[in-house]
Design a protein around this ligand. Structure first.
Ligand code: DQA
Length: 144
Protein backbone atom coordinates (compact mmCIF):
# COMPACT_ATOMS: atom_id res chain seq x y z
CA UNK A 1 0.00 0.00 0.00
CA UNK A 2 1.23 3.44 -0.97
CA UNK A 3 0.09 6.11 1.49
CA UNK A 4 0.19 9.89 1.14
CA UNK A 5 0.50 11.82 4.41
CA UNK A 6 -0.42 15.50 4.20
CA UNK A 7 0.35 17.94 7.01
CA UNK A 8 -1.14 21.41 6.85
CA UNK A 9 -0.33 24.83 8.29
CA UNK A 10 1.95 25.33 11.27
CA UNK A 11 2.76 21.65 11.67
CA UNK A 12 6.34 22.40 10.60
CA UNK A 13 6.65 24.22 13.94
CA UNK A 14 5.72 21.35 16.25
CA UNK A 15 8.20 20.92 19.07
CA UNK A 16 8.49 24.72 19.39
CA UNK A 17 4.81 25.53 18.99
CA UNK A 18 2.69 25.35 22.17
CA UNK A 19 4.46 22.20 23.40
CA UNK A 20 1.97 21.81 26.24
CA UNK A 21 -0.67 21.16 23.54
CA UNK A 22 1.22 19.62 20.63
CA UNK A 23 4.08 17.92 22.46
CA UNK A 24 7.81 18.58 22.51
CA UNK A 25 8.71 16.34 19.58
CA UNK A 26 9.72 18.13 16.39
CA UNK A 27 8.53 17.73 12.81
CA UNK A 28 11.70 15.82 11.91
CA UNK A 29 10.95 13.44 14.77
CA UNK A 30 7.50 12.90 13.22
CA UNK A 31 9.21 12.10 9.88
CA UNK A 32 11.46 9.59 11.65
CA UNK A 33 8.48 8.04 13.49
CA UNK A 34 6.58 7.50 10.21
CA UNK A 35 9.67 6.12 8.51
CA UNK A 36 10.17 3.57 11.29
CA UNK A 37 6.51 2.50 10.99
CA UNK A 38 6.82 2.06 7.23
CA UNK A 39 9.74 -0.33 7.75
CA UNK A 40 7.98 -2.26 10.52
CA UNK A 41 4.64 -2.52 8.74
CA UNK A 42 5.84 -2.67 5.13
CA UNK A 43 4.07 0.18 3.38
CA UNK A 44 5.44 2.85 1.07
CA UNK A 45 4.58 6.49 1.58
CA UNK A 46 5.23 10.11 0.82
CA UNK A 47 4.89 12.79 3.49
CA UNK A 48 4.39 16.46 2.68
CA UNK A 49 3.81 19.64 4.65
CA UNK A 50 2.48 22.95 3.41
CA UNK A 51 1.11 26.13 4.93
CA UNK A 52 -1.20 26.76 1.93
CA UNK A 53 -4.75 25.55 1.43
CA UNK A 54 -4.49 25.37 -2.38
CA UNK A 55 -1.32 23.27 -2.11
CA UNK A 56 -3.20 20.76 0.06
CA UNK A 57 -5.87 20.55 -2.65
CA UNK A 58 -3.19 20.06 -5.34
CA UNK A 59 -1.61 17.23 -3.30
CA UNK A 60 -5.03 15.57 -2.99
CA UNK A 61 -5.66 15.80 -6.75
CA UNK A 62 -2.20 14.48 -7.59
CA UNK A 63 -2.83 11.45 -5.37
CA UNK A 64 -5.27 9.98 -7.91
CA UNK A 65 -3.89 6.72 -9.32
CA UNK A 66 -0.78 6.99 -7.12
CA UNK A 67 -1.91 6.36 -3.55
CA UNK A 68 -4.37 3.87 -2.09
CA UNK A 69 -4.81 5.74 1.18
CA UNK A 70 -4.33 9.24 2.57
CA UNK A 71 -3.66 10.51 6.10
CA UNK A 72 -4.35 14.21 6.49
CA UNK A 73 -3.79 16.68 9.30
CA UNK A 74 -5.21 19.87 7.80
CA UNK A 75 -4.35 22.00 10.87
CA UNK A 76 -6.81 24.85 11.36
CA UNK A 77 -8.25 24.29 7.85
CA UNK A 78 -9.99 21.32 9.47
CA UNK A 79 -12.49 23.65 11.00
CA UNK A 80 -13.56 25.66 7.96
CA UNK A 81 -12.20 24.43 4.63
CA UNK A 82 -15.07 23.19 2.50
CA UNK A 83 -12.61 23.24 -0.41
CA UNK A 84 -10.56 20.49 1.28
CA UNK A 85 -13.78 18.59 2.08
CA UNK A 86 -14.75 18.80 -1.61
CA UNK A 87 -11.30 17.67 -2.77
CA UNK A 88 -11.39 14.59 -0.52
CA UNK A 89 -14.87 13.73 -1.81
CA UNK A 90 -13.68 14.24 -5.39
CA UNK A 91 -10.71 11.89 -5.37
CA UNK A 92 -12.35 8.78 -3.96
CA UNK A 93 -9.30 7.56 -2.00
CA UNK A 94 -9.87 6.43 1.63
CA UNK A 95 -8.72 9.37 3.72
CA UNK A 96 -8.17 9.42 7.48
CA UNK A 97 -8.14 12.70 9.45
CA UNK A 98 -5.59 13.04 12.26
CA UNK A 99 -4.72 15.58 14.93
CA UNK A 100 -1.98 15.65 17.52
CA UNK A 101 -4.15 17.41 20.09
CA UNK A 102 -7.58 16.55 21.43
CA UNK A 103 -9.70 18.86 19.29
CA UNK A 104 -12.83 17.87 21.23
CA UNK A 105 -11.54 19.44 24.46
CA UNK A 106 -10.11 22.76 23.37
CA UNK A 107 -11.69 25.98 22.08
CA UNK A 108 -15.26 25.33 20.84
CA UNK A 109 -14.36 26.13 17.21
CA UNK A 110 -11.96 23.14 17.16
CA UNK A 111 -14.66 20.65 18.07
CA UNK A 112 -16.10 20.93 14.57
CA UNK A 113 -14.33 19.29 11.66
CA UNK A 114 -15.91 20.14 8.32
CA UNK A 115 -13.72 17.56 6.59
CA UNK A 116 -14.64 14.62 8.86
CA UNK A 117 -17.75 13.64 6.84
CA UNK A 118 -15.51 13.13 3.79
CA UNK A 119 -13.10 10.89 5.75
CA UNK A 120 -13.32 7.19 6.61
CA UNK A 121 -12.01 7.72 10.17
CA UNK A 122 -10.67 10.36 12.55
CA UNK A 123 -7.99 9.97 15.25
CA UNK A 124 -6.93 12.75 17.61
CA UNK A 125 -5.44 13.57 20.96
CA UNK A 126 -2.61 11.06 20.96
CA UNK A 127 0.19 13.10 19.39
CA UNK A 128 2.26 10.86 17.04
CA UNK A 129 0.12 7.88 18.02
CA UNK A 130 -2.79 9.51 16.13
CA UNK A 131 -0.76 8.96 12.92
CA UNK A 132 0.05 5.40 14.03
CA UNK A 133 -3.65 4.69 14.44
CA UNK A 134 -4.56 6.29 11.11
CA UNK A 135 -2.01 4.24 9.17
CA UNK A 136 -3.01 1.09 11.04
CA UNK A 137 -6.64 1.79 10.10
CA UNK A 138 -5.75 2.16 6.42
CA UNK A 139 -3.71 -1.04 6.44
CA UNK A 140 -6.15 -3.15 8.43
CA UNK A 141 -9.63 -1.78 7.97
CA UNK A 142 -9.85 -0.24 4.50
CA UNK A 143 -9.52 -3.11 2.14
CA UNK A 144 -7.44 -1.47 -0.57
C1 DQA B 1 -4.21 20.33 14.87
C2 DQA B 1 -5.45 20.90 15.58
C3 DQA B 1 -5.95 22.16 14.89
O1 DQA B 1 -7.08 22.68 15.58
C4 DQA B 1 -4.87 23.21 14.88
O2 DQA B 1 -5.30 24.35 14.18
C5 DQA B 1 -3.57 22.71 14.34
C6 DQA B 1 -3.12 21.37 14.71
C7 DQA B 1 -3.59 19.14 15.64
O3 DQA B 1 -2.85 18.38 15.03
O4 DQA B 1 -3.85 19.00 16.84
O5 DQA B 1 -2.85 23.42 13.66
O6 DQA B 1 -4.60 19.87 13.59
Amino acid sequence: MNILIINGPNLNLIGKREPEIYGSETYSELLHFIDQLSKEWGFTYKIVQTNHEGAIIDFLHEAINQYQGIVINPGAYTHYSYAIYDAIKAINIPTVEVHLSDISRREPFRATSVIAPACVAQFYGEHFKSYYRAIQYLLEVTNV
